[in-house]
Design a protein around this ligand. Sequence first.
Ligand SMILES: *[C@@H]1O[C@H](CO)[C@@H](O)[C@H](O)[C@H]1NC(C)=O
Ligand SMILES: *[C@@H]1O[C@H](CO)[C@@H](O)[C@H](O)[C@H]1NC(C)=O
Ligand SMILES: *[C@@H]1O[C@H](CO)[C@@H](O)[C@H](O)[C@H]1NC(C)=O
Ligand SMILES: *[C@@H]1O[C@H](CO)[C@@H](O)[C@H](O)[C@H]1NC(C)=O
Ligand SMILES: *[C@@H]1O[C@H](CO)[C@@H](O)[C@H](O)[C@H]1NC(C)=O
Ligand SMILES: *[C@@H]1O[C@H](CO)[C@@H](O)[C@H](O)[C@H]1NC(C)=O
Length: 932
Amino acid sequence: MSEQEMMRVSLLLSCLLASTCLFTSSSAQSAGFVSLDCGGTEPFTDELGLNWTPDDHHLFGATANISSLNETKTQYTTLRHFPADSRKYCYTLNVTSRNRYLVRATFLYGNFDSNNVYPKFDISLGATHWTTIVISEAATVETAELVFLASSPSVSVCLSNATTGQPFISTLELRQLNGSMYLTEFEDKFHLSVSARINFGAETEDPVRYPDDPYDRIWESDLLKKANYLVDVAAGTMRVSTTSPIDNGAVMDKPPQKVMQTAVVGTNGSLTYRMNLEGFPGNGRAFTYFAEIEDLAEDESRKFRLILPDHPEYSKSIVDVKENTQRAYKVYEPGYVNITLPYVLNFRFAKTADSSRGPILNAMEISKYLEKSGGSVDASVMADLASLYSSTVWGQEGGDPCLPSPWSWVTCSSDPQPRVVAVKLSDMNLTGDIPSELTQLTGLVELLLDGNSLTGSIPDFSRCLNLKIIHLENNRLTGKIPSSLAKLPNLTELYLQNNLLTGKIPSSLTKNVISNFTGNFNLKESGDKGRKLGVIIGASVGAIVLLIVTIISLMCMCKLKEDNKMRKTSAELTTRPHVQRASSTLSEAHGDAAHCFTLYEIEEATNKFEKRIGSGGFGIVYYGLTKEGKEIAVKVLGNNSYQGKREFANEVTLLSRIHHRNLVQFLGYCQEEGRNMLVYEFMHNGTLKEHLYGVVPRDRRISWIKRLEIAEDAARGIEYLHTGCVPAIIHRDLKTSNILLDKHMRAKVSDFGLSKLAVDGTSHVSSIVRGTVGYLDPEYYISQQLTEKSDVYSFGVILLELISGQEAISNENFGANCRNIVQWAKMHIDNGDIRGIIDPALAEDDYSLQSMWKIAEKALLCVKPHGNMRPSMSEVQKDIQDAIRMEKEALVGRGGMSDEFSRSSAHSSSFNMGMRDNYVTIDESVLTPTAR
Ligand SMILES: *[C@@H]1O[C@H](CO)[C@@H](O)[C@H](O)[C@H]1NC(C)=O
Ligand SMILES: *[C@@H]1O[C@H](CO)[C@@H](O)[C@H](O)[C@H]1NC(C)=O
Ligand SMILES: *[C@@H]1O[C@H](CO)[C@@H](O)[C@H](O)[C@H]1NC(C)=O
Ligand SMILES: *[C@@H]1O[C@H](CO)[C@@H](O)[C@H](O)[C@H]1NC(C)=O
Ligand SMILES: *[C@@H]1O[C@H](CO)[C@@H](O)[C@H](O)[C@H]1NC(C)=O
Ligand SMILES: *[C@@H]1O[C@H](CO)[C@@H](O)[C@H](O)[C@H]1NC(C)=O
């Protein structure tokens, strides 16, 4: 062998070695790892060493490329999106039964559809609703993560129920876990939905994941505020780290060493945090991970307790890391396998009086128990059935046949555990026998297999006792008609025409059943020969004719009724007291014109404008009482606002068509002697403004729950203007003085449509931005492009006023450099200090911080600088309703508590929020009421 040859051999060898090394390392990763790059086209390995595969075999949906400045990883440059219809779209992943897995789906919207409509849709794992994906920023990756125990060889992840926008997905990741990791005693009935997994004291904002974590769990950095909105850090919190190895002991779900090597310590005696737990309130699994990574002297100790407001029982036990681990640099993982937690979690670790050091915290992980759905009764039979047709598109829809929505060719009952009630496979090119699986669907009512090329004989459907309608016509079925068909108790329609059936027709099938056997040339009539069959067919034809006649006449009757109803409603309309057709030229152009009051009528009602009840941007408002005894509010518009009589009348007509329970009712107008007046229903309790910081005395200010209800009412009214009117009406001047309260303190929005009226009617102000300082959308101000989102901005300001009882603009109340409620509230909320903005007029035990937070966070979304980042009014409304529900639940809770309990919980929550000065001196006396 020459030297050259030697060289070549060794090179070859090293190549071989290198490639085997490569192979083993990649297979070590890929054993139990699936990383799908949705919408991708090429497989690739990312910088972490994860192997991504494209989902290009996926049959459904379409792909899109996006670009996002902040997320340039290859897997985020593509996505797959699906139609916003009533179907579900599933990915099926292979798994090994009885193994635990972590499944993670991520979503980066990136405005892929150029619509700037942030999608909202559901995802499910098999039949279990997993979570609702709500996109709130185009450039932010949303993530959902679940730990589950596989119970079959495959699992499906499905997208469905698009509420807004189109469902889409960026990545789908499956990670097999090891041994008994995340084993819980509830796992047969519950999945674990991961809400928080946090690395405290992290050195950068980057998460720790694979390869540091061999299972690729993502440990979020506590520096990243966005992760769970982790805020409200106590003064004196210090970050510590070490490079020494950490002994993991026998800790099962141990965080990776890199996570344990950093921690926070409370040098003043406390660690506090507030965080949002997606998916909660509910029961969950919560674990904390501690390791001593500071070198304590022999006589020093670190002992602390967990303090949860509302849960005094948890502060009984004392964490003493050293005592538990016997030495430093070793993991200790106390936790709760089943703990009830709220959505907004405030927690605190406080040192005990005899401890020389403050608390330490390295990591924590919180998951919610997500109840599994049992799935539909026929799931496995239907899976077998679909697998017979795995080469067709409809055979590969995947997931549960009924949940969360049924396959396209299946109808299901609406029971909690649904059954298949109809299979509709007409004209699907089916060949071969009628699948026997169909005979096992015991809930089946309707079976449609007509127009295929099915062969063989009709199977025994005797187990399908509910079968009513069977279509098997236009196939190539052979053999006899089974007598079992004749025994189906509920069968009403049977179509067998144009097959190759033989033998006799069972006589009972021709009684009470609408049937068709024609076109089967070897099929003989039953016992009594032609005559009887003729009679029967004649009879059944007769029955059909009768049925058709009945149906037609029924339809006519319905139509008649409908017509009547319509006539009645239009009659109601025309007889409504204030609609007067003959009063002006308007009525010629428009169906229901506004009522035209005469000046005389108005003067009489208002007693010559005696009682002034308000004034605003558009004019002065007077109280009035009509001859009929109706209380009215007359708005006399500023004199020079309106040019033409005709334009005014047109706008007024538009106004008169808007009716909604949460909009102040417009009753009519008056235009005489150069004065323009608008007449509205009178609202007894004045404006919201007065009730928040006006003339109403402080001790009679409205409660938090009432404020929420007012917000909900107003949101409904505005939503109606945005979505219920064509064209949509943008209010343009929402503010607390435009929200009026009736006798029952229900709110209605007023002055809608007026800005437009004023702007359009007056040429010299048409290009001027209208609105009120403090409520004005800055984007509108700059661009002069008005959208519904400008109203959302103003509404956000109103929400902040409801929380704080502060005016939108103030020279004194917001501190030195701040005049504006938005800046002021944002500063406090971003710092986790909600107490700092809550209206002092609200008694502390009259509201729950959870609902407060919910509204505060929504309000901040509403006042985002760009309209497309703001939610729609209907989303805002939904959150207000959630907050009302939370508040009502909390009220029930507060009502039911013993005095001692409520006192102690109020106490602990008050020192958890805001009162930072108290953190310095923690002593046992603070803890006594909780250590019952
Ligand atoms: C993108 O990154 C830049 C700089 O890191 C940051 O200022 C900006 O807020 C980010 N945008 C989003 C939408 O996260
Ligand atoms: C999943 O398993 C099935 C059956 O064993 C196999 O045919 C299929 O190729 C597997 N799919 C993937 C993506 O590995
Ligand atoms: C679809 O989503 C809406 C809004 O999120 C929800 O109210 C509804 O219950 C969902 N429907 C189904 C079938 O899950
Ligand atoms: C957790 O505890 C609650 C009551 O303490 C119980 O109702 C529930 O079934 C337990 N398990 C889960 C998974 O929620
Ligand atoms: C049935 O086959 C015909 C001809 O091959 C094809 O055009 C048609 O699309 C098929 N129908 C279905 C539902 O697959
Ligand atoms: C037949 O139909 C009726 C009404 O639709 C239903 O109540 C009954 O359960 C059905 N009979 C059988 C044997 O399923």
